[in-house]
Design a protein around this ligand. Structure first.
Ligand code: PEP
Ligand code: MG
Length: 576
C-alpha cells in the first residue's frame, strides 16, 4: 500500500514500524476479596517501576549525561515517598483496588503540586503523573510506550510528535517518521531535518492503517510511504537510498568550500538549531555559524523556568563551538503552537495572532530580562548577536533595545563582562515589518527573514494545517516581492545585512532567486547546507541576478518552479 503525504525531510528509510500512540488505560472499580494479595500486586508494580526507572536512568546517564538523567532519579524517589506510597497503601488496606488507589492518589498529588505558586513544585505535577502512570501500566501489564530506548531500527508512526518526544527519542534507532498531521514548517518537520531523519507528514490516517512491526518504507524526498512493500519495491528503494547516500557523500566534500559564486560573490551559510546538541551537525555540514538559535526549546524541555545560569551555560556552549562564525540567538518565541507547562497563559481564539514572542516578553519583563542578561553574559565568550522575533513595527524594536540597555547597565554595575558592541537585529516575519523594512532598518543591525511565519501571515494560510497546505507557497509572487523589499532596505548600507532563517533559505528552488536578489546570509537546517552550497557555487552572480529578475517578473509560482527546474537540469544539479 502506497500513501502520499508532505515531503518534510529528505532521504529514504526502510525499517519496522512502531505505532506511537499513547494507550488509554482501562481502569474500573473492582471488589477486593483478598487485601493481602492486592497489596502484593501493588508492591510488585512498584518494584517493577523501580527496576525500569533504574535501567532508564543508567542509559540516560550514558547517552545524555548526568544532568539530563537526573529527572529519572527524581521519578524513582517518588516510589520511596512515604506520603505518596503510604496514601495508596492505606486505600488498598481499606478495600480499594490498587489501580483505583494509585489513580486517585496520583491525581490528588498532581493537583496539589499544580496549585502551588513556586514553579519548581508546580513542575513536579507532571513528574508524579509520570510515575503514577508507570505504576498503573505495571499493575495492568500494559507496556509503557516509550521511544527513548528502542532495540532495533524503527520508523516512528504518530499522529504528531511533540518537541519533548523528539528530544527524548532514541536517535540511534529512529530511522524515519511518518505522521497523520503536520506540515513542512511544523516543528516535527524542522526537527526531522535538523536530525537528518527522513520524514513524511500529513498522511491523515497512517497510525490507523499500520500495525507495530509492519515493514515500512519512508521516502522523505518524494513524500511517499509504502506499507508492507514487495521484494521488488524494497530492492528499488534500497537502490534509491544508496544513490541518495552517495549524492550526500559527494555533497559532503564541499564542507570546507566557501558559499560563493563562480565569479567570487560570497554569501554566508549558517545553521538553524534548537539546542546546543544540534551545533556539531551544523559544523559537520560546513555551516559557518548559527543564523537562528531557537531558544524556546531550552524552556520547553524543562519542568521549570530555566534560570539565568542555565541559559548562560547553554548560550555560551554554542558561542564557543563557533570560533570563527557568529551565533544569532533569538529571544523567546513562546505562544502560537508553543506552550510552557509551567507558564499558564490565557486561551486565545487565534494564538498565532495573539500574545506571542516579544509581545509576551514585554508583558513578562522579568522573564525577558533574565534571558537578555544570560545572552549578554555569554556574548563575552565569542561572537553573539541578539535577534527579536515577531516584530511588527519600529517601536517594538526600540522597546526591546531599551530593555537590553537596562540589562547592560545592571551588568556594568555588577562588574560582569559582555560584548558592548553586540549586534541587535530583527526577524522579519510579519508583513507589516517587511513592508516597512526601510523604517525598521534604522534600529536594526541586521534582518533575518522568517519565511515560515511571513508566508502564513501574508498568504493567510495556517502553517500547521494540511488542508490548506497547497496554498502555502514561498514562491508566491507576493512573498518574493516582500523579500526583495527587505533585502533592498539593507543593500545600500555596509553596516547592515539581510539574512533568512525561515525554511525557504534551505529550499533548493529558492536558492538562486534569493542569491540574485542579494540575500547576504542563508540559515537552514544542517542537512540542507551542502546542497544549497552546491547550487550557489554553480552560477555567476550575474546569472543569479537574471534568474531573480525573471522570477520577480513571473505571474505564478508554477512558472517560477518550471524555470528553476530547467536551470537545475542545465547545471546537472539533482534536487534532494
Ligand atoms: C520563521 O517564522 O520563519 C522562523 C524561522 O521562526 P519559527 O519557525 O521558529 O517560527
Ligand atoms: Mg517565526
Amino acid at each position: 500500500m502506497k500513501k502520499t503525504g508532505i515531503n518534510a525531510s529528505p532521504g529514504i528509510a526502510i525499517a519496522k514500524a512502531f505505532v506511537y500512540v499513547k494507550k488509554e488505560l482501562n481502569i474500573s472499580e473492582r471488589t477486593i476479596d483478598d487485601i493481602a494479595a492486592e497489596e502484593r500486586r501493588f508492591n510488585d508494580a512498584v518494584e517493577q517501576s523501580r527496576a525500569q526507572l533504574a535501567a532508564i536512568y543508567d542509559r540516560a546517564v550514558a547517552e545524555l549525561g548526568a544532568e539530563e538523567a537526573a529527572i529519572f532519579e527524581a521519578h524513582a524517589m517518588f516510589l520511596d515517598d512515604p506520603e505518596f506510597v503510604g496514601a495508596i497503601e492505606n486505600d488498598i488496606a481499606g478495600g480499594t483496588s490498587a489501580e483505583i488507589a494509585t489513580q486517585k492518589t496520583t491525581d490528588m498529588f498532581s493537583a496539589m503540586f499544580d496549585a502551588m505558586d513556586d514553579p519548581y513544585f508546580k513542575g513536579r505535577a507532571a513528574d508524579i503523573k509520570d510515575v503514577g502512570t508507570r505504576i498503573l501500566h505495571n499493575l495492568l501489564g500494559v507496556p509503557m510506550v516509550d521511544i527513548s530506548h528502542l532495540d532495533e531500527d524503527t520508523i516512528i508512526l504518530a499522529e504528531d510528535l511533540a518537541p519533548s518526544d523528539t528530544a527524548t527519542m532514541d536517535k540511534a534507532h529512529v530511522k524515519g517518521f511518518a505522521t497523520d498531521i503536520g506540515s513542512r514548517t511544523s516543528h516535527t518537520a524542522i526537527m526531522a531535518r535538523s536530525l537528518e531523519i527522513p520524514a513524511v507528514l500529513g498522511l491523515d490516517d497512517i497510525t490507523a492503517t499500520v500495525k507495530d512491526g509492519d515493514t515500512i518504507i519512508v521516502d522523505g524526498s518524494e513524500g511517499v510511504v509504502i506499507v508492507d512493500p514487495t521484494e521488488d519495491e524494497i530492492a528499488v528503494y534500497k537502490a534509491k537510498k544508496e544513490a541518495y547516500d552517495a549524492y550526500r557523500a559527494e555533497l559532503a566534500e564541499l564542507k570546507d568550500q566557501p558559499a560563493e559564486t563562480i565569479d567570487g560573490h560570497r554569501v554566508e551559510i549558517v545553521g538553524n538549531i534548537g539546542s546546543p546538541a544540534d551545533a556539531p551537525g551544523v559544523l559537520e555540514n560546513g555551516g559557518e555559524g548559527i543564523g537562528l538559535y531557537r531558544t524556546e526549546f531550552l524552556y520547553m524541555n524543562a519542568d521549570v523556568m530555566p534560570d539565568e545560569e542555565k541559559q548562560f551555560a547553554a548560550y555560551k556552549s554554542v558561542i564557543e563551538a563557533f570560533e570563527d562564525g557568529a551565533v544569532i540567538i533569538r529571544t523567546l518565541d513562546i505562544g502560537g503552537d508553543k506552550k510552557l507547562p509551567y507558564l499558564p497563559l490565557e486561551e486565545e481564539m487565534n494564538p498565532f495572532l495573539g500574545l506571542r514572542a516579544v509581545r509576551l516578553c514585554f508583558q513578562k519583563e522579568d522573564l525577558f530580562k533574565t534571558q537578555l542578561r544570560a545572552i549578554l553574559r555569554a556574548s563575552a565568550f565569542g561572537k553573539a548577536r541578539i535577534m527579536f522575533p515577531m516584530i511588527g513595527n519600529v517601536d517594538e524594536v526600540k522597546q526591546a533595545k531599551a530593555l537590553v540597555r537596562a540589562c547592560m547597565a545592571e551588568l556594568d554595575a555588577e562588574g560582569k563582562a559582555y560584548d558592548k558592541n553586540i549586534d541587535i537585529g530583527v526577524m522579519i516575519e510579519i508583513p507589516s515589518a517587511a513592508v516597512t523594512a526601510d523604517i525598521i532598518v534604522e534600529e536594526a543591525a541586521f534582518f533575518s527573514i522568517g519565511t515560515n511565519d511571513l508566508c502564513q501571515y501574508t498568504l493567510a494560510v495556517d502553517r500547521m494545517n494540511q488542508n490548506v497546505s497547497y496554498l502555502y507557497d514561498p514562491l508566491h509572487p507576493a512573498i518574493l516581492r516582500l523579500i526583495k523589499n527587505v533585502i533592498d532596505a539593507t543593500a545600500a548600507r555596509d553596516d547592515r545585512f539581510t539574512g533568512m532563517c525561515g525554511e525557504m533559505a534551505g529550499d533548493p528552488y529558492a536558492a538562486l532567486i534569493l542569491l540574485g536578489m542579494g540575500l547576504d546570509e542563508f540559515s537552514m537546517s544542517a542537512s540542507s547546507i551542502p546542497q544549497i552550497k552546491k547550487i550557489i557555487r554553480s552560477v555567476t552572480f550575474g546569472e543569479a541576478k537574471a534568474i531573480a529578475d525573471d522570477a520577480l517578473s513571473m505571474k505564478s509560482s508554477a512558472d517560477i518552479r518550471s524555470m528553476i527546474t530547467a536551470k537545475m537540469a542545465e547545471k546537472g544539479i539533482k534536487l534532494l
